[in-house]
Design a protein around this ligand. Structure first.
Ligand SMILES: Nc1ncnc2c1ncn2[C@@H]1O[C@H](COP(=O)(O)OS(=O)(=O)O)[C@@H](OP(=O)(O)O)[C@H]1O
Length: 309
């Protein structure tokens, strides 16, 4: 593994005071530990046709998608008053491929949970994911809110004040492609192209759409992952209950998500729940920064039908 890492290009994030170094592996950037996890997954993980992959670039709605999918597939076992989501960080309920590949492989025979999350780009997924024809749900978000969310997440994880972590530096590095699992646009385009080729296996969700109309999107999600709601369930409010259970307001106010830390981890759970709003970028971007990102997204996504402003 060290041999592979030594051959990779490196980039140290200057706006984070040199505290994070990313490596470029198979055309995407991330930290050493996550690349090692990705390589182990490529070598050891064998997808099953019944798996459901929850894929995303970081800070685009992963936590929300994981809680919704978990609540949907476990709804016969738990309801909104007994769900493990009330007492555990969702990242402990749905495994993350790059960090937990050994655990996933070992527990798979008895896990009963088809969900696996990953930030790996489509072209770097273990080959068995496409070969098994399992389902993939992809969530993404407008680029400016993703930048803001990542800025605060990484800054706070490193306990840096805003004065010590220049926001313009984060924007600059994003534009140069140095975002976690970035370039951001390549991540989205990889899954987008795959979804055009295999629309019945890859569902695209947008954070802003989920915010605007959670119930319809939760129904789409449930249907796609093979756990559709019955008419009776809809009548008695199961969809609305899942939407409420997984809402930002509910999850971010739970004790576990306000004060907890995952087992063996250093990041506080509260870092996954910041504002949960569409459009917080307006509080951070200058007109010039906005124009720069919008123009870049237009250029990168031109002709694809995707809008990422
Ligand atoms: N339930 C729910 N509803 C709506 N929004 C939510 C929810 N849970 C988390 N969030 C917001 O999602 C942002 C974090 O993104 P991710 O979950 O993708 O982060 S991570 O990649 O898993 O680290 C981050 O966005 P920002 O608030 O804009 O920073 C979180 O607050």
């Amino acid at each position: 593994m060290e041999d592979i890492l030594q051959t990779l290009h490196q980039h140290t994030c200057s706006w984070l005071k040199g505290n994070i170094t990313m490596y470029k592996y198979q055309n995407f950037w991330t930290t050493k530990h996550l690349i090692e996890g990705g390589i182990l997954a490529q070598q050891n993980f064998k997808a099953e046709p019944s798996d459901v992959f929850l894929c995303s670039p970081p800070k685009t709605g992963t936590t929300w998608l994981k809680s919704l999918a978990f609540a949907i597939v476990t709804r016969e076992k738990f309801d909104e008053s007994t769900s493990p989501l009330l007492t555990k960080l969702v990242h402990e309920c749905v495994p993350f491929l790059e960090r937990q590949v050994a655990e996933i492989v070992a527990q798979r025979p008895n896990s009963g949970l088809p969900l696996i999350a990953t930030h790996l780009p489509y072209s770097s997924l273990p080959e068995s994911v496409a070969a098994s024809n399992c389902k993939i749900v992809y969530i993404y978000r407008n680029a400016k809110d993703a930048i803001v969310s990542d800025y605060h997440f990484r800054r706070e994880a490193l306990k840096l004040d805003m004065e010590d972590a220049p926001f313009e530096g984060a924007v600059e590095e994003f534009c140069e492609g140095f975002s976690s699992y970035g370039p951001y646009w390549d991540h989205i385009l990889g899954y987008w192209k795959a979804s055009l080729e295999r629309p019945e296996r890859i569902l695209f969700l947008k954070y802003e759409d989920l915010k605007r109309d959670p119930a319809s999107n939760v129904k789409r999600l449930a249907e796609f992952i093979g756990h559709p709601f019955s008419d009776d369930e809809e009548k008695v409010g199961v969809v609305d209950n899942i939407v409420s259970l997984c809402s930002f307001e509910n999850l971010s106010n739970l004790e576990v998500n306000k004060t907890g830390k995952p087992k063996g981890g250093t990041l506080e759970n509260r870092l996954y729940y910041r504002k949960g709003k569409d459009g917080d970028w307006k509080n951070h971007f200058t007109d010039e920064m906005k124009e720069r990102i919008d123009k870049l997204m237009d250029e990168k996504l031109s002709g694809t039908g995707l809008v990422l402003k």
